[in-house]
Design a protein around this ligand. Structure first.
Ligand SMILES: [Fe+2]
Length: 224
């Protein structure tokens, strides 16, 4: 028996691609409206703030209360409530999801985000408002010592997971999971929103499939 210990649960949704039927309200037109609104926000607050970003523009917190963004945050909370938290073994509707703080990001040519954590939260996330996938990868880095000396390199133990996000992609990850954004080498601006959220309450589900994440492997090396 093979046991998977201490995994990081990351939820990935593609609202304009494979998840579009499940969330039909998240349309390309809506993402265009969000992009235009971010342009307006930057016009009103050209300086923004500087936290993990190296260059680029980052808004102050509070965009979750902008009426234009309400549908986006409601949808993100639905994903957390209906998919992410149940996958962590808690019963649906037994907890409350609260959006803690949220901000917008624009990365221009040469901009990147240094490796960082979102301290003091449970889960964090980023949703891409305008991106073609070539404006700098999103990289999650496993800081656990077990991956420091992986040899031989193998597909199941990795020090990093790399994504090339496109418009409509959402990533939800534990706030303590190290992540960074590679430099944008294009002349296109990437727009995204980031946020931290909190989950309170939560009743353990009575039956959890494969709670201990155990797998059998036969002598042919097949995993099941
Ligand atoms: Fe971040």
């Amino acid at each position: 028996m093979i046991k998977l210990m201490f995994p990081a649960f990351v939820c990935v949704k593609e609202f304009l691609d494979k998840d579009s039927e499940q969330y039909p309200n998240m349309t390309r037109e809506y993402f265009k409206i969000l992009k235009d609104e971010m342009d307006n926000m930057r016009k009103l607050d050209p300086t923004g703030r500087n936290v993990s970003n190296s260059g680029g523009w980052q808004s102050n917190d509070g965009i979750e209360s902008n009426p234009i963004f309400v549908k986006a945050y409601r949808t993100i909370k639905r994903v957390v409530a209906n998919e992410l938290v149940p996958a962590l073994g808690l019963e649906k509707n037994s907890f409350n999801v609260t959006m803690h703080n949220s901000w917008g990001n624009m990365n221009f040519n040469g901009n990147f985000n240094k490796p960082h954590l979102h301290n003091g939260c449970f889960y964090s996330g980023v949703m891409y408002i305008r991106a073609d996938g070539d404006e700098g990868n999103l990289v999650f880095v496993d800081t656990n010592h077990k991956v420091a000396g992986v040899f031989p390199p193998n597909p199941m133990m990795k020090e990093s997971e790399i994504y090339s996000p496109r418009t409509g992609d959402l990533y939800l990850f534990p706030s303590g999971l190290m992540h960074m954004v590679e430099p944008n080498l294009t002349n296109k601006t990437r727009y995204s929103i980031s946020f931290n959220l909190e989950v309170n309450g939560g009743k353990r589900r009575e039956t959890i499939q494969n709670e201990h994440l155990e797998y059998e492997v036969n002598d042919k090396g097949d995993c099941f």
